[in-house]
Ligand binder design. Structure first.
Ligand SMILES: [Zn+2]
Length: 115
């Protein structure tokens, strides 16, 4: 299964490779710009990326940054790696939800995008 990666400010966010990347079009053809998370520019982008929050409306309904809502692809309790877990105190220790469309992880209490 190909996992769809989040896009932020035109960059694909790859948590696994720890880099932002985007395709830049030139007349002679496209090239790919890589920005590692641990570079100065990467740190800047990453802190902005982490500050994003999902939209919570007056009824407490969530809308993810990707546009997903609970009644469409939904949100599922997950562990720190983003794996689905049963919402029991034993299994679900992270208080994180995963968007099932873009796989962003969301802090249930604050609505912050964690990864
Ligand atoms: Zn999403």
């Amino acid at each position: 299964m190909v996992k769809e990666l989040p896009i932020f400010k035109g960059y694909t966010v790859d948590e696994r490779l720890k880099e932002f990347r985007r395709v830049i079009s030139h007349e002679e053809g496209p090239s790919i710009e890589f920005i590692p998370f641990d570079s100065p520019k990467g740190q800047e982008l990453l802190s902005e990326y982490r500050k994003q929050k999902i939209h919570v409306d007056e009824y407490g309904e969530w809308t993810c940054l990707c546009g997903n809502v609970a009644s469409e692809d939904g949100f599922f309790p997950c562990d720190a790696e983003g794996n689905s877990v049963e919402p029991t105190p034993q299994e679900w220790t992270t208080n994180l939800y995963r968007c099932d469309r873009c796989h962003r992880k969301i802090n249930q209490a604050t609505g912050e995008i964690v990864a």
